[in-house]
Design a protein around this ligand. Structure first.
Ligand code: IYR
Length: 239
């Protein structure tokens, strides 16, 4: 018997390797002229996306949230491990508990944990520890990353590029929500450990974003801000 400790992770090499199976790519090429139109239309639509902290309490059908999550689930991921899990909450009592716990952490954050530099950087956004959007918005979607896969027997299977994969999924979720005519906000109560307890998620999962989703309040405000110009965004070749 070996004295070597069991490795923390098992990789797919330790399991039966899935066979590589290919199928033809389903691809429809749009006419060239239409491509530019589509590119412009999409940019115009995305330019209108804003993050607001002011949500209406008007209900949103669950089916819309389902489609946003399905869209997010199309994101590419390291080794196609799909290391994400969405928890969608519309239960008022659970939203109340989530808000209460988030505000406890955020009060500590805003009243001490934030460095002066950070506080100054945030000032123009007008954020504070009061998170009314967590109870106003009809849905709160919490995005968890799966740091590794946890099998029922406790075996851990490695995931790859987890942060990148989950970041892309979050981007698609936010885009889908905007595209269907709803608003969301990327909220990051810190630390987020309380979300595992509250939402009964296992230890391989770590909350990444809390995303209230709904219609904007009729008097919703957004901070005045500018986005980088193309020149600021990109360098072509060596400049
Ligand atoms: N997590 C806090 C603080 C905060 C941090 C950043 I960076 C922001 O862009 C906005 C807020 C909060 O969610 O309020």
């Amino acid at each position: 018997m070996s004295d070597m400790p069991e490795p923390l992770y098992k990789t797919y090499v330790d399991f039966e390797l899935p066979e590589a199976v290919f199928e033809p790519l389903q691809y429809t090429r749009p006419p060239q002229a239409e491509m530019l139109e589509r590119a412009k239309d999409f940019y115009t639509e995305m330019k209108r996306r804003r993050t607001t902290r002011y949500f209406s309490t008007e209900p949103v059908p669950r089916e819309l949230i389902e489609y946003a999550i399905l869209a997010a689930g199309t994101a590419p991921s390291g080794a196609h491990r799909q290391p994400w899990r969405f928890v969608a909450i519309d239960d008022p009592e659970l939203k109340r508990q989530l808000r209460e716990a988030a505000e406890v952490e955020e009060l500590k954050t805003y009243s001490g944990r934030l460095s002066d530099e950070w506080r100054k950087a945030l000032a123009f956004l007008g954020t504070d520890h009061v998170k009314s959007h967590l109870t106003d918005a009809p849905w709160v979607v919490v995005l968890f990353k799966e740091a590794y896969e946890l099998l029922p027997d406790g075996t851990r299977i490695k995931n790859y590029y987890v942060d990148e994969s989950v970041g892309i999924a979050a981007g698609i979720f936010i885009t889908a929500i905007h595209h269907m005519g709803l608003c969301t906000l990327t909220h990051t109560p810190t630390p987020m450990g309380f979300l595992n307890q509250l939402l009964k998620r296992p230890k391989n999962e770590h909350a990444v974003l809390v995303l209230p989703v709904g219609y904007p309040a009729h008097d919703a405000k957004v901070p005045v801000l500018e986005r980088k110009s193309l020149d600021q965004l990109v360098q072509w070749n060596l400049g």
